[in-house]
Ligand binder design. Structure first.
Ligand SMILES: Nc1ncnc2c1ncn2[C@@H]1O[C@H](COP(=O)(O)OP(=O)(O)OP(=O)(O)O)[C@@H](O)[C@H]1O
Ligand SMILES: [Mg+2]
Length: 271
């Protein structure tokens, strides 16, 4: 192959790679929008299912009373036969269990929808006074399934004031850091999320006991497109740092190979 051809092939490969990365970053940006869209779509049907369930419970109670009262009018033998025929005793025991399971399932769905909405904060790209702990909770709920078999999450929350920030963007940073920790684990790991503050900063620390990062890579990991993963884009930390810059904040890292990594999000208070 000629040198020109080789150069061309290399360039074509690079363009292809950049295209894929761009597509992924667009996907990342639209994740919040998608979450909000899904939450909105599910909200409506879940609303009437929830209200129907309340009515159904009342109707069932009334019907059971009616059956019991009617059965008192019949001879005992006939009542017993009918009850057996329709499995009445089993049904009357199982009904409240089914209702309460449906209720708690529904409550869980309603909670997930609320978390999705909290997480995406799609309408709010403005700075507001935010309770950072709420954002961390909703981010952890979004990731609950992802984390279940891979990591244990410990929360050590301090007493911190509300912080002026764009909630959806800070959630995105926390999400990136937790995902990175999970993806770094070679076996089941521990992620510790600590919050606290001093006179100038409120901080969120995401610490893992994963493989750690070499000292000479501690700056490189923030460069766009730097990744050690097959499916990574290498944009997570670069985006996270730029989000913090927009907040006049800092994203710091400390790591020790074989022991783990610790990322700290610092946001200014009283600014
Ligand atoms: N907690 C961590 N433990 C070990 N290595 C990490 C950790 N966090 C980040 N890294 C290293 O930093 C690199 C860059 O991280 P970054 O989040 O920017 O990109 P990515 O995770 O590879 O891809 P993406 O986030 O776009 O899916 C990772 O590929 C990984 O090598
Ligand atoms: Mg990442």
């Amino acid at each position: 192959m000629s040198a020109d051809r080789l150069e061309y092939e290399k360039l074509a490969q690079k363009v292809e790679q950049l295209n894929e990365q761009l597509l992924h970053s667009e996907k990342l940006a639209s994740l919040g929008q998608l979450a909000a869209g899904v939450a909105h779509e599910i909200n409506n049907p879940i609303g009437y299912v929830a209200s129907n369930l309340v009515s159904l419970k009342e109707y069932i109670d009334s019907l059971m009373m009616l059956i019991r009262q009617l059965s008192n009018q019949l001879p005992v033998e006939q009542t017993n036969k009918l009850k057996q025929l329709y499995d009445f005793d089993y049904i009357s025991k199982d009904l409240p269990i089914l209702m309460s399971q449906s209720e708690s399932g529904l409550l869980r769905v309603i909670e997930i929808i609320r978390e999705l909405k909290d997480f995406s904060h799609i309408d709010d790209v403005e700075f507001t006074e935010v309770d950072l702990h709420l954002g961390i909770h909703s981010t952890l709920n979004i990731l609950a399934n992802e984390l279940k078999y891979k990591a244990n999450v410990k929360k050590v929350f301090g007493d911190i004031p509300r912080v002026r920030c764009v909630a959806s963007q800070i959630n995105q940073v926390v999400l990136n850091l937790i995902l990175n920790a999970v993806q770094a684990f070679k076996s089941f790991g521990i992620i510790t999320i600590t919050t606290g503050c001093d006179d100038s900063w409120a901080w969120i620390r995401v610490e893992d006991n994963g493989p750690g990062i070499e000292q000479d890579k501690l700056e490189t990991i923030f460069q766009p497109f730097y990744t050690t993963k097959d499916i990574g884009t290498g944009l997570g930390l670069a985006l996270s740092r730029s989000i913090l810059e927009k907040h006049a904040g800092i994203l710091e890292v400390k790591s020790s190979v074989g022991k783990g990594s610790c990322f700290t999000i610092k946001l200014p208070i009283n600014s």
